[in-house]
Design a protein around this ligand. Structure first.
Ligand code: ZN
Length: 432
């Protein structure tokens, strides 16, 4: 039982804050309301003067990339990937991926994220880390076809579905992860579409992240990356998670306006890599669901969704010279209910309602930077940071209480991830 919290349920289109208790039974919320009797309750978390809200949903991540945090910054995306990131990732083994994902999970839980969508290599090891850390995740093996190992990656996708889809108490969902239009040629993209139909699975793909990608696809195929994917049947038959969607024309937006799924907007990564500003306002106006993501810590530097929340709002305000472009509540919805919808998990998570899974965070607002309490949504969107999250619950289990991780041995994860990174990267500067 969470007692006396200021409950921000994120259910309606405008802020709804209620002083209430939340009763959790098993993995679900069974009751929300004032003065629920304590009879038979095993554990009480006192939340008076604290905000209780849905756990945040990070719609686009490469979690194990946490090992590459700070390894290579200040380069253009294509140079960064081909000269620095892909060669380093090539040296990663399954153990590195497990360590990196545990490091990311520790950081995500400590900053209020309870669900993430991931695309990377060695997904079985990512799934193990998800199982062990207690997080909820939608996982896909990244599929690129620039070398001869493409077929192997597809076989890996089959194994991911067999071994992990619906596992870890229902916390893991498998997806299919063609990396991007520029790494997946047309015949392979058709294979992906067939595979998605066969497995009845969603497809997670990077789309139009840079203007270079748009130029490259135009030169090769005479059309935009969005039209390229549309012509290969991706949007007709599959639920999709489109990461970035920065460089879209009005026509591109019309093409994707009826998609099942949605877009992950990753403003910090886009800004840091100098990629541009995604047309979030236009996408939302067209009825497309937009969630928020961090992208990997290699590009975003942190996995703190509160940073994405405020940046998303500020980018659109600044872009239109209009502070009403995206409001505090809009971006909080994008980080919770709408993110859940993008992942197809909105019947289970994203809001606090009886019957939904108990994925809940409690935020301590008794701090100077969160005072006075004039408007809680403004405080959460613009003033709070991940370190204000005090307690996190996923699938009814407390995974962090009073800033102490219960599902992860934080000290050991830091030590091991330092060792993995040192092994992996020559001349890695040793901070540990
Ligand atoms: Zn990405």
């Amino acid at each position: 039982m969470i007692k006396n919290g200021l409950v921000l349920s994120m259910v309606s289109d405008s802020p709804d804050i209620l002083k209430a208790d939340i009763y959790i039974e098993g993995d679900k919320i069974s009751k929300i309301g004032p003065n629920i009797p304590l009879e038979g309750v095993e554990k009480v978390i006192e939340a008076a003067g604290k905000v209780v809200m849905p756990g945040l949903v990070n719609c686009h991540n490469h979690a194990a990339m946490a090992l590459l945090r700070g390894y290579s910054d200040d380069l253009r995306l294509m140079d960064w990937l081909s000269q620095k990131i892909w060669p380093a990732e090539d040296k990663m083994n399954g153990q590195d991926i497990y360590c990196g994902t545990m490091l990311a999970a520790a950081e995500m839980i400590k900053s209020g994220t309870t669900t993430f969508a991931d695309m990377y290599a060695f997904m079985n090891r990512v799934a193990e880390a998800v199982q062990d850390s207690g997080m909820r995740a939608s996982l896909c093996q990244g599929l690129t076809f620039l070398d001869e190992r493409g077929q192997k990656r597809i076989e890996y996708t089959y194994r991911l579905f067999e071994n992990w889809h619906g596992r870890a108490g229902g916390r893991i969902t498998a997806m299919i992860g063609p990396h991007a239009p520029y790494t997946v040629p047309p015949d392979k993209m058709k294979l992906v579409v067939d595979l998605a139909i066969e497995l009845n699975a969603a497809v997670h793909i990077h789309l139009a992240e840079t203007s270079e990608e748009v130029d490259q696809i135009f030169k090769k195929y005479g059309k935009s990356p969005t039209k390229y994917l549309a012509d290969l049947g991706l949007f007709d038959s599959c639920r999709v998670l489109l990461a970035h969607a920065v460089h879209l024309t009005g026509d591109d937006i019309s093409i994707i306006k009826n998609i099942q799924g949605g877009v992950s907007h990753n403003p910090v990564s886009n800004m840091k890599l100098g990629c541009g500003v995604a047309p979030v306002v236009e996408l939302r106006k067209a009825g497309i669901t937009v969630g928020l993501g961090t992208d990997g810590a290699g590009s975003a530097s942190t996995l703190d969704m509160f940073q994405e929340i405020k940046t998303a709002a500020w980018m659109q305000k600044n872009r239109f010279f209009d502070p009403t472009a995206l409001t505090a509540y809009d971006v909080l919805r994008m980080a919770t209910a709408e993110g859940a919808k993008v992942l197809g998990l909105d019947s289970e998570i994203g809001t606090l309602e009886a019957g939904k899974k108990a994925d809940i965070i409690i935020i301590d607002i008794q701090k100077p930077h969160l005072y006075p309490h004039n408007d809680l949504c403004s405080l959460l969107a613009y003033s709070a940071s991940g370190s204000d999250v005090e307690t996190a619950i996923i699938n009814g289990k407390i995974v962090m209480e009073n800033r102490v991780l219960l599902s992860i041995n934080e000290k050991e994860v830091l030590k091991k991830s330092g060792e993995c990174a040192r092994k992996m990267i020559e001349a890695y500067r040793d901070y540990h």
